[in-house]
Design a protein around this ligand. Structure first.
Ligand SMILES: [Zn+2]
Length: 129
């Protein structure tokens, strides 16, 4: 007995091919790039946090120091300061960062965030150990 391939089977096969192609062309590449993107958070010149920025990672982090605090949000592969105790709020105005080498600095709280993307060859090393 021959099993006929109906239109639903064809639809399913076509869907699988399209999804596979999509992942080969975009998904795999994006996954590799985003998984290597890391936000390093320093407070008083000490590394206090390390977060891999992926599109689906979401977090709220509070960094406290002797001088105050900064609350940062991580979402959609971006990181930004949402709230801070500093008087100037410059760290908040610096907005969202997501690219290799980008930084947010809060001078009053002696805090900064730096993004390092290992897949980006144009990396500039801002921190000398
Ligand atoms: Zn600030």
């Amino acid at each position: 007995m021959n099993k006929k391939i109906n239109k639903y089977d064809i639809g399913l096969i076509v869907s699988i091919i399209i999804i596979s192609l999509f992942f080969i062309l975009y998904g795999g590449r994006d996954a590799v790039i985003s998984n290597s993107k890391t936000a390093y958070i320093y407070s008083n010149n000490k590394l206090v946090g390390e977060y891999v920025l992926t599109d689906d990672y979401k977090d709220v982090v509070k960094i406290e120091s002797e001088t105050g605090y900064n609350i940062m949000h991580i979402e959609d592969g971006q990181i930004w300061i949402h709230e801070a105790s500093c008087p100037d709020k410059i760290c908040i105005y610096q907005g969202k960062i997501s690219k290799n080498g980008e930084m947010i600095v809060c001078i009053p709280n002696r805090m900064f965030i730096k993004i390092v993307d290992e897949n980006d060859e144009s990396e500039i090393d801002f921190i000398a150990d």
